[in-house]
Design a protein around this ligand. Structure first.
Ligand code: NDP
Length: 456
């Protein structure tokens, strides 16, 4: 008993001291601090039970990326003006496989955001049960309003530098915010041209005709709904007949909406970075897909075709719409304490994080205290990277699986992530808390691999 108390005190002090070092060593990186804090706090019971992880300095090593690469990305716009953006790639942890994680093109991108995403990715990738390490990258380039030619020139310049650091057994980037099939296509072309080799496994999210995987486009959204479905079923609930609110209208949002609808839910709202639409009859997904995927227009256009629906400026208001299930699928910190309280007051039963870190630490606490079923990002949105790893497998075999084969594998992986998160939460004294469960389940595999591979 006394020994246990001593171990707990020691574990808490260890975690606190590592966190303080992170804050000191990475000043002004609030998103990175937030991601580290969320994970470190849930790992205390692991260190108390297994002091070997402290003795091997696992945390000190985990919070320091193996490598952070930044580079200049010069390109010429359609007016002939030379522009310069900054490119990033963080190679966070390769204990269980080559670095793997998306590229984000958004003006908000900086070292803090890339590091928070890369750190989270390490645990998420471990949770999938596949052999992929953690990485992430991107640029502060804003694709909005750019012509196809500008996008191509920018992505080619980006890849001209990035290609030096990646490879199918080294680091395998994919898409994220602002990087979809078009951008991956241009980057793959440029990589192939520079290397003079058809190395299909160097990027995932490729078009189907040149090495992509069926169901990769749908994977993150579908996977998130599969995960939430497991949470709902554990309480005798289901998507069928429920009201759902999904933020965003990009890749993750669109396919979360599609799968939720297929399971019988009514999805009444979605958004973009300007505002949100509310359609009490249930939104028309074909319109949203055409507007966002094909025409690349604003979500506000929806109400021109569906005049009974309403459009509201600003993003936060979407969380005031009463719903049974909320799927934040736009960006980080989109649900703050106020939004979480409103959702709880309006009777939300489940929240599944389609985006990365969409809920603040305070919001997560509010959900957990209110007994809301809460699926944290690194578990709930792991379906995208899981199918990316399946894309790598298919590339290695030079063979393609049918849609239903990939979808079945995705479904099984999401169920497995749910089960291992539930089990870890129980084993370490936090039954039902999937934040703690997912963090611990993801951590242990990486930590054990790091111990096995020595101090590197
Ligand atoms: P997309 O670029 O396809 O879509 C992003 C959506 O979110 C758009 O509707 C965009 O609106 C909106 N958005 C972007 N920034 C903001 C903001 N600051 N405030 C409000 N809305 C915003 O990206 P994805 O769907 O791929 O990614 C969404 C989230 O999911 C991200 O957190 C990403 O990291 C995460 N994720 C993505 C995976 C994937 O496979 N794609 C895998 C795992 C996680 P607008 O059109 O106005 O830009």
């Amino acid at each position: 008993m006394t020994l246990q108390v001593d171990n707990e005190t020691q574990a808490k002090a260890y975690v606190q001291s590592v966190y303080e070092t992170v804050v000191k060593r990475n000043p002004n990186e609030s998103e990175f601090h937030q991601a580290v804090k969320e994970i470190l706090e849930s790992l205390t019971p692991v260190f108390a039970k297994h002091p070997k992880y402290m003795q091997h300095g696992i945390l000190e090593r985990l919070v320091e990326p193996e490598r952070l690469i930044t580079f200049r990305v010069p390109w010429v716009d359609d007016q002939g003006v030379i522009r310069v953006n900054r490119g990033f790639r963080v190679q966070f942890n390769s204990a269980i496989g080559p670095y793997k994680g998306g590229l984000r093109f958004h003006p908000s991108v900086n070292a803090s955001i890339i590091k928070f995403l890369g750190f989270e990715q390490t645990f998420k990738n471990s949770l999938t049960g596949q052999q992929i390490g953690g990485g992430k990258g991107g640029s502060d380039f804003d694709p909005k309003g750019k012509s196809d030619n500008e996008i191509m020139r920018f992505t080619q310049s980006f890849m001209t530098e990035l290609n030096k650091y990646i490879g199918q057994d080294i680091d395998v980037p994919a898409g994220d915010i602002g990087v979809g099939a078009r951008e991956i296509g241009y980057m793959f072309g440029q990589y192939k041209r520079i290397r003079g080799a058809y190395e299909a496994g160097v990027l995932t999210g490729k078009g189907i005709i040149y090495g992509g995987s069926l169901a990769r486009t749908e994977a993150t959204g579908y996977g998130c709904v599969y995960f939430v479905n497991e949470m709902l079923q554990s309480q005798g609930l289901s998507f069928d007949g429920s009201t759902v609110v999904v933020s965003g209208s990009g890749n993750v949002a669109i396919y979360s909406i599609q799968k939720a609808m297929q399971l019988g839910a009514k999805v009444v709202a979605c958004s973009d970075s300007n505002g949100y639409i509310y359609d009490e009859n249930g939104i028309d997904l074909d319109t949203v897909r055409r507007l966002k995927e094909v025409e690349r227009k604003r979500i506000s256009e929806y109400v021109k075709e569906h005049p009974h629906a309403t459009y509201h400026e600003g993003c936060n208001g979407i969380w005031t719409i009463p719903c049974d299930i909320a799927l934040p699928s736009a960006t980080q910190n989109e649900i703050d304490a106020e939004a979480a309280k409103t959702l709880v007051r309006n009777g939300v039963k489940a929240v599944g994080e389609g985006a990365n870190m969409p809920s603040t630490l305070e919001a997560i606490e509010i959900f957990l205290e209110a007994g809301v079923l809460f699926g944290p990002a690194k578990a709930a949105n792991a379906g995208g990277v899981a199918v990316s790893a399946l894309e790598m497998s298919q590339n290695s075999m030079r063979y393609s699986w049918h849609f239903h084969e990939v979808d079945d594998k995705l479904h099984a992986i999401m169920k497995n992530i749910y089960r291992s998160s539930v089990q870890a939460a129980e084993e370490y004294g936090h039954p039902g808390n999937l934040v703690v469960g997912a963090n611990i389940a993801g951590f242990i595999k990486v930590a054990d691999a790091m111990i096995a591979q020595g101090v590197i």
